[in-house]
Design a protein around this ligand. Sequence first.
Ligand code: URP
Ligand code: ZN
Ligand code: ZN
Length: 461
Amino acid sequence: MKTLIKNGRIITAVDDYNADLLIEDGTISMIARKIDIEADKVIDASNRYVIPGGIDPHTHMDLPFGGTSSSDDFRTGTIAAAFGGTTTIIDFAVQSHGQALNQALDVWFAKAEGKAAIDYAFHMICTDLPDSRLPEIKELIRQGVSSFKLFMAYPGVFLVDDGTIFKAMTTASEAGGLICMHAENGVVIDVLVKRALAEGRTAPKYHALSRPTKAEAEGTGRAIALAEMANAPVYIVHLSCYDSLRKVIEGRDNGIAVYAETCPQYLFLDYSYYEKPEFEGAKFVMTPPLRDKENQEKLWQGLKFNDLQVVSTDHCPFCFKEQKELGRNDFSKIPNGGPGVEHRMSLIFNGGVVGERINVNRFVEITSTASAKIFGLFPRKGTIAVGSDADIVIFDPNEEMVISRETHHMNVDYSCYEGTTVRGVPKTVLSRGNVVIENGIYLGRPGDGQFLKRGLFNSPK
Ligand code: URP
Ligand code: ZN
Ligand code: ZN
């Protein structure tokens, strides 16, 4: 099967040029100024960008959490991702207490099997790591699961202590793996949550008020200190505020291998969303919470100057009806998380490139290339080059769209960005050479997405 993309403007993290591109059997086989050969399908990309498919390294499909499960499974969530120009996700498998890491992975293989519309990989959330289980980390790295999320938050559920974090960092880095850190001081947060509830403060905004930026910054600083002692790299997930970013900048200035992602919700939404009437603030209950608006430009600067390397979504949707409503009388019972996998590329293009905060190469880097490098997928994913998978987005930088629950494809009854107009729309999306989205229609087959056995951690810079 040959597919020819003609007249496009090819943009990677480093290049920007006009060329034609030939795809054969799922991979890019030729890039040249003009290619005039017979192909089974020809796509005209005039006046459009040809960019690497987005990589979202932080999603939670079908995640049991907070007494319910995230409302997108691997079918609905990956179709929505494809509509938004994301062609790879890295989702989080979760180890239950006492469970072998391999068994946990099997549960997540079963969730994705026959459902995924785009390629996928897994991180492993470790909740229970006695010394006897540490060799399982190395075994998982050999199986292509080369990153592990540990929590400093949620005591009694996910939290692991500093000694465990230190040992996991040492073990993973010896084998070329990476620890991803949920960096929040969950022990102090638990005290603040109990205090708020005892004082009758039950509304959604108290979720944010009981998780101060200092709690996140303390966790971030501690994670970096542990990484320095372990002589290991660390990746801070869902960084939300300037207090934490300052810790990352300081660590990087001191030569520590610390990397970090932020998410669109921290770049576009803020604390005031919790004050919406009629319990609507619950839609924005996620962890870390939305912060004061002045953090947003600091995060954009972090992305521009490479103190932050990645924009992920932390896609973890729960419907407002029946799921978020579980916490109507107690904010601590609102399932934590929000939807986002579908609109990351357009939001970041609009806020970043159209908003003149970053250039188009940096847009590609933070939405695709850097994740591919950090998480062992480069150069198969994350770039446009001969030999790479033909995960390609034909992107119209001028078309506008309005984000709305009425038109989105995520299986959730609200949008965090309802009514927002963005410029920059993925028009045609290819996954390993197959056109999965064209003219607003999903043309793929759930189950065509493949499990990606990832390589080792690879420092992007
Ligand atoms: O609120 C969030 N972020 N839910 C997903 C779990 C996590 O900590 O990433
Ligand atoms: Zn987290
Ligand atoms: Zn998450």
